[in-house]
Design a protein around this ligand. Structure first.
Ligand code: ZN
Length: 381
C-alpha cells in the first residue's frame, strides 16, 4: 500500500470538500499506520458525514485504505467485541442491546508502507559540445515509470565548445541557468503543501554549472540531485551545501571509463574527476559505480536500466542511510587533491588559445594583404 501523491490529492480536492480532504491528508502526513471512521473527519459540520463517507470510500476503492465493518454501541459509540455482541450488552457503558441493535459502521485503516516521495518537477541539464538528445527521451521514460506526468524542464544552453575552458564566459551560463530555475519555479503550481524544489539530473559540464550555482547562491534550493559524467572537483565543499539546506540528497553516478571526467581538471577551473572516483565526501553523497561505462554511456543502451534501477529508487524511495564503508574508494584510498600539473596545463591552455587567436587574425589580415606582407607587418621592423 502506498501513499497518495500530490496529483491524487488535487483530484480529491476537485471532487470533495477541501476541509475533509485536508483532514484525511493529515492522517497520511503522519506517515504512520492509522484507522478512522468517517465521523472522525468531521469537525463541526455534521451535514458533511455522507461526503466524508464517500471520500473514504474513494480512498478505499483506489487502494489507499483498507476497510472493515465493525459494530458499535448505540449509546457510547465504542466498538463492541464478540463477547459483548453475544451477551447483548455494552461492557463500557452498560447499555443493553436487547431492544436496540448495535450500529454497523465502517472503519478505514492505513496499514503503512514505504512512503513514495513525490517529484515536484525536474530540471535537467546537459554537458558541453552536445545538444543533449537524451533529455527528451528522459521525459517520457520517467513518466512511463511513474504513470503520471511530471513537469520536466529541459535546459539547453546550446552547443558550446570553447567557453567552458574560459572562466569569464561562465558567468553568462551561471546567470542564465539560475534565472531559468527561478522562473520555472514560479510557474510550477502544485498544491500548497508540496515543496517546489526541482529534482535535478545533470551531465558533464551541467554538473559543474550546478555546483557553481549552489556555491554562489545560498538561496538556491534543490531536491534530489543526480550527477552523471560529473566533472565537479571531488573535494567540492558539500558540507557547506548541506548545512545551508540547499539539497535534499545527491547521487554521484560514476563511470569507470569516463575519459572526459578524468582529464577535465587540467583545463577547466574548479573541475575534477568525481565522475570516475566519486567525491571525497562519502558520508553525505550517495555513490553508484559502474566500472565499464564511459562518459556518455548513461544515455545509451543502459539508459532504461539506469533509470529503473538507480535513478528512480533514488528519486522516490525512502533514502537508505549511507554506509560510507561500502562507498567506492579511490584506488589509493587517499583523498583527492587538485593535480600540480595544472600549473603547467592552465598557462599552456592560454598559450594555445592566444596562438589560435593570433593565427586567425594573421589569416584574416593576410587575405587582402597577402602572406608575405602580413608576415613583414608582424615580424619585421
Ligand atoms: Zn456503550
Amino acid at each position: 500500500m502506498n501513499f497518495p501523491n500530490s496529483k491524487y490529492w488535487t483530484t480529491l480536492n476537485n471532487k470533495f470538500n477541501h476541509q475533509l480532504v485536508e483532514n484525511i491528508k493529515q492522517y497520511f502526513d503522519t506517515q504512520e499506520v492509522f484507522s478512522l471512521r468517517s465521523i472522525d473527519l468531521i469537525i463541526d459540520d455534521n451535514y458533511l458525514l455522507s461526503e466524508a463517507d464517500e471520500l473514504l470510500n474513494q480512498l478505499f476503492t483506489d487502494k489507499y485504505l483498507d476497510c472493515e465493518i465493525i459494530y458499535v454501541c448505540p449509546q457510547c459509540d465504542d466498538e463492541l467485541n464478540e463477547e459483548e455482541l453475544d451477551d447483548k450488552g455494552c461492557q463500557k457503558c452498560g447499555y443493553s442491546l436487547e431492544h436496540e441493535e448495535p450500529t454497523k459502521t465502517k472503519v478505514y485503516s492505513f496499514q503503512g508502507g514505504i512512503r513514495k516521495r513525490d517529484i515536484s518537477w525536474f530540471f535537467i541539464i546537459h554537458g558541453m559540445n552536445t545538444r543533449g538528445a537524451w533529455q527528451e527521451d528522459f521525459s517520457w521514460k520517467i513518466e512511463k515509470i511513474y504513470g503520471y506526468s511530471i513537469p520536466v524542464a529541459i535546459y539547453k544552453y546550446g552547443k558550446i565548445i570553447s567557453t567552458p575552458f574560459l572562466k569569464p564566459f561562465w558567468k553568462k551560463f551561471i546567470n542564465k541557468t539560475l534565472a531559468k530555475i527561478k522562473t520555472l519555479n514560479d510557474e510550477i503550481i502544485i498544491d500548497r503543501e508540496t515543496q517546489h524544489r526541482p529534482d535535478v539530473v545533470a551531465h558533464s559540464f551541467g554538473t559543474l554549472l550546478i555546483s557553481e550555482l549552489l556555491k554562489k547562491y545560498p538561496e538556491l534550493k534543490l531536491g534530489r540531485v543526480i550527477l552523471t559524467g560529473s566533472i565537479i572537483s571531488p573535494d567540492f565543499n558539500w558540507e557547506l551545501i548541506f548545512q545551508r539546506g540547499q539539497v535534499e540528497a545527491v547521487l554521484c553516478h560514476c563511470a569507470g571509463k569516463d575519459f572526459w571526467s578524468r582529464v577535465s581538471h587540467y583545463w577547466i577551473y574548479n573541475s575534477g574527476p568525481s565522475g570516475v572516483i566519486g567525491f571525497n565526501q562519502k558520508e553525505l553523497i550517495h555513490h553508484t559505480f559502474e566500472p565499464t561505462l564511459r562518459h556518455s554511456d548513461f544515455f545509451k543502451e543502459n539508459f532504461d536500466k539506469n533509470i529503473n534501477e538507480t535513478w528512480a529508487p533514488f528519486l522516490t524511495d525512502q533514502l537508505q542511510p549511507i554506509d560510507s564503508n561500502k562507498q567506492l574508494q579511490p584506488k589509493n584510498k587517499k583523498l583527492w587533491q587538485p593535480s600540480k600539473l595544472r600549473f603547467i596545463s592552465f598557462p599552456l591552455k592560454y598559450i594555445i588559445i592566444a596562438l589560435l587567436v593570433f593565427s586567425i587574425i594573421f589569416l584574416l589580415i593576410s587575405l587582402p594583404m597577402g602572406i608575405i606582407k602580413t608576415y613583414n607587418l608582424f615580424f619585421t621592423q
